[in-house]
Design a protein around this ligand. Structure first.
Ligand code: HEM
Length: 430
């Protein structure tokens, strides 16, 4: 797929139209032109997740309320988003201690697990994403990265989420899978059922423990230095460091919490694992970069865990490694928005009228891979994103690669990924 985007950019230049299974798309390369689409966003913009029919259909057919709200674009979506934004996007720093503790536990076992062939590298990454994100949801890691401790039902969840994602790819390119209710379609539904059941069970277990068994739920809090507090009720009163604890405080009904957790865990696992895998691959293919990064981590952190945003900000080379990984190997080939009304889009002194419902994409394999803007664009060179290099290209055409649309793969505007801040905290743990 990236090759198609790269080649079409070479052949047709900075704007081209294409039809993907009947859906009309206009593909732009210039983020400034894409900004006009962002500016045209109304009160209820259409989210990219809405075009992933497999999930949308599953949520509708199984009446998964929060899934339906998250993949719609009316007042219901707004209500859902307003409820979760403060606890997720804004409160992300309060989850850092839980993430740090989960990441330390992962680091302790990772080398053994791989060398002893207990797990494949790609599964270790996936399990890491699950452990860290689960810690955000429940305040404590399930340690699926440690084969001596991992619970089969947790591993099964990760596998089910992965398979559902894989099958989605197959089903999106062949709508007949649904029409004929093929094996692929049945498998997808089965795996989604597992995801939802798992979320329900975990959420209800957690709520039961919090309400009935006051002394036994271990939570990691900022003021105990990440060691764990044994008082969930106190933690809830203080403003819990787990997402579920916070939502209970906001009186979100139990059944909504139940159906929220499976799909949310799922939204965070494969996506995060994918981005982390590219980062590790880029680092492994460039030993010099790896050494330089290890030196920065050693000298700045001196063996300490990263539990504050200040610590994260004191690691410019790590930040540059992540940013360069996104430039060279983005998690998706394009950012995408769907027009809510007709719009005139100016590109290279020409204006194109795009109709309501057209999907407008920003090609992430165009300018970021174009040697007119980036020196040796197919090489992984994090130095490009060190503060002095960014400063040096200000005012030149190359400055375009620092445009906010190219910073990360979470989208922008009102539908920006709900998990963006938390997910960024994950992989900066590196
Ligand atoms: C590296 C990891 C991730 C990537 C690359 C990613 C990427 C994206 C993208 C591109 C969108 C569509 C944005 C748009 O419509 O313009 C999105 C939406 C969303 N993401 Fe993520 N995501 C990641 C992790 C997570 C996590 C950890 C969660 C957990 C909460 C999450 C939950 C969501 C939700 C609920 C939406 C729909 C938001 C809405 O439409 O209002 N994502 N994500």
């Amino acid at each position: 797929m990236p090759e198609i985007y790269k080649n079409m950019y070479k052949e047709y230049g900075s704007v081209f139209a294409m039809s993907q299974l009947g859906a009309e798309s206009l593909v732009l390369s210039d983020p400034r032109a894409f900004d006009s689409v962002l500016r045209a966003e109304g009160k209820y913009p259409i989210g990219a997740a809405e075009s992933v029919d497999t999930f949308v259909n599953y949520y509708r057919e199984n009446n998964i309320t929060l899934g339906i709200k998250s993949t719609s674009h009316g007042p219901e979506w707004k209500e859902w988003r307003s409820q979760l934004n403060p606890e997720f996007s804004v409160a992300w720093k309060s989850y850092l201690p839980s993430i740090a503790k989960a990441a330390s536990q992962i680091s302790e076992v990772a080398m053994y697990e791989i060398n002893a062939e207990k797990v494949k590298f790609e599964d270790l990454i996936r399990h890491s994403a699950f452990d860290m994100f689960y810690s955000v949801m429940y305040g404590k890691s399930p340690q699926t990265t440690n084969s001596a401790i991992a619970k089969p039902e947790d591993i099964e969840f990760v596998q089910s989420a992965k398979t559902a994602f894989d099958l989605t790819g197959v089903m999106l390119t062949n709508p007949l899978e649904k029409v004929f209710q093929t094996d692929t379609f049945q498998q997808f539904n089965l795996k989604m059922d597992k995801v939802v059941e798992f979320g329900n069970e975990k959420a209800f277990d957690y709520l039961r423990q919090v309400r009935e068994d006051n002394g036994n739920v271990e939570m990691v809090t900022e003021d105990d230095g990440g060691k764990g507090s044994k008082c969930p009720v106190q933690a809830l009163k203080n403003g819990s460091n787990s997402l579920l604890g916070r939502l209970v405080n906001k009186n979100v009904p139990d059944d909504e919490l139940g159906t929220l957790t499976g799909p949310m865990l799922m939204a965070g696992v494969d996506t995060t694992a994918y981005v982390m895998s590219w980062l590790y691959l880029n680092l492994a293919s460039n030993p010099n970069v790896q050494t330089k990064l290890a030196n920065e981590l050693k000298s700045v952190l001196n063996g300490a865990d990263v539990t504050t945003a200040d610590q994260m900000n004191s690691l410019p080379y790590l930040k540059a490694c992540i940013r360069e990984s996104h430039r060279l190997t983005p998690n998706s080939v394009a950012n995408s928005k769907t027009l809510e009304r007709d719009l005139d889009i100016a590109v290279d002194n020409k204006t194109y009228r795009a109709k309501t419902g057209t999907r407008i994409q920003l090609n992430l394999c165009a300018i970021p891979w174009d040697e007119r803007y980036v020196d040796k664009p197919l090489e992984y060179r994090p130095e490009r994103f060190m503060p002095d290099a960014i400063e040096a290209r200000k005012g030149s055409p190359a400055e375009i690669i620092d445009h906010p649309w190219f910073n990360d793969g979470f989208g922008r505007g009102k539908r920006r990924c709900l998990g963006a801040n938390v997910a960024k905290a994950f992989w900066r743990r590196g």
